[in-house]
Design a protein around this ligand. Structure first.
Ligand code: GDD
Ligand code: MN
Length: 361
């Protein structure tokens, strides 16, 4: 049996957890894989020392932080047990849940058992009211976007689950590892084929350190939902780029208003300023969210901005041309004319800036 523990800056939490998990050796041929993303607090060095004394502990050390979902995938692909359990390494998931989940997996002949924080008998001590409300909302959105065979699941975002590797490995391979939500992605790619079960999980407060869930991770999740709703056809990055573009439209309208009403500029003077502000805001948000794994900083950030404005200025001209051509030759409908223009701008900006600004294919 393999336990996969993704860890990032968990030096203060992982040692007590490991010693509690090692007790399971009395019942199982046990392997514990800690997947560390080069934590600056020295988690990996600590685990390495512990592994000298305990051969059941294995360390997977990665450089260049690739995120939680990617760490889980890597751990599961390297696991050698028939059964595997994935859990947080910060102590928020009680080790006693491991046995409970494995027993449920075997008794129900299930493929996947989820430790649910929202099960009727579950307990949540470690989530703020806001996080709990957010999770409930996210679960509802997730349920809506997943196959209906999973409609009864109460926690598709959980970080605690047990699975049969022989049956799940092909799906694990196919999981798209952007973001935090490995379980959600596994359910999404399996399209209702997994036999699932839930057990209650009592979620505990963290002893040391802080949660790594931030705005960027929330953003990734929103993109995952839209990606599923698009039948996984639209590339995730394009969805993100499109949402950011929509925010730019709002910025542009707002800045134009402020300049015209606030300092009484004419429309012709206000518009270019608003366009540049909106494009710069798009650039910064894309850099922080859409392309954060290629994130630019310092002088490169400024150079990137100039390139982005250059890349974006071409289609602005094309957009005006296209919209007016559509208007004069195809249909005298300003709405569809503008939409056609915007679509062309979007495709161009997305393709060109991925390639030239953030150097991604
Ligand atoms: N290797 C690696 N790389 N591990 C990571 C990374 C990363 O980039 N980010 C987080 N982890 C590890 C943490 O060290 C911890 O063991 C576990 O993943 C969960 O991270 P937390 O930062 O503690 O998440 P949380 O407690 O706020 O979120 C909980 O709820 C989420 C759903 O709302 C966890 O149970 C998550 O697993 C769950 O998805
Ligand atoms: Mn946690």
């Amino acid at each position: 049996m393999s336990i996969v523990l993704p860890a990032y800056n968990e030096r203060g939490n992982i040692e007590p957890l490991l010693s509690q998990l090692l007790v399971l050796q009395q019942r199982f041929a046990l392997e514990i894989l800690v997947v560390d993303d080069d934590s600056p607090d020295g988690t990996a060095d600590l685990v390495r020392q512990l592994a000298h004394r305990q051969p059941a502990i294995r360390l997977i050390r990665r450089v260049g932080r690739a995120g939680l979902a990617s760490a889980i995938k890597e751990g599961l692909l390297d696991a050698t047990g028939d059964l595997a359990v994935v859990m947080d390494s910060d102590g928020q998931h009680p080790p006693s849940a491991v046995i409970q989940a494995l027993e449920a997996l075997i008794a129900a002949d299930a493929d996947l058992v989820i430790g649910s924080r929202f099960h009727q008998e579950a307990e949540i001590n470690g989530l703020s009211g806001r996080r709990e409300a957010g999770s409930t909302w996210a679960n509802a959105a997730a349920r809506f976007s997943l196959h209906r065979a999973y409609a009864a699941l109460t926690d598709t975002m959980s970080g605690f689950f047990a699975l049969r590797l022989d049956r799940c490995l092909p799906l694990v391979r196919a999981v798209d590892v952007n973001g935090f939500k490995f379980l959600y992605e596994l359910l999404a790619v399996s399209k209702g084929r997994l036999r699932t079960q839930e057990v209650p999980l009592s979620f505990q407060p963290r002893s040391y350190g802080a949660s790594k869930l931030d705005l960027a991770i929330f953003w990734d999740f929103l993109i995952s939902i839209l990606h599923s709703l698009s039948f996984r056809v639209l590339p995730r990055r394009a969805i993100s780029f499109g949402l950011v573009g929509a925010s730019g439209v709002a910025v542009q309208l707002l800045v134009t208003q402020v300049l015209m009403v606030g300092i009484r500029l004419g429309f012709e003077q206000a518009l270019p300023v608003a366009v540049v502000v909106a494009a710069s805001s798009n650039y910064l948000i894309n850099n922080a969210l859409t392309f954060r794994f290629q994130r630019l900083a310092g002088a490169a950030l400024l150079r990137g901005l100039l390139k982005f404005l250059l890349v974006a200025s071409l289609p602005v001209l094309a957009n005006v041309g296209l919209a007016s051509a559509y208007y004069s030759f195809v249909d005298r409908d300003t709405f569809w004319a503008q939409l056609a223009g915007i679509l062309v701008v979007f495709v161009w900006n997305y393709a060109a800036s991925s390639r030239f600004v953030w150097n991604t294919p």
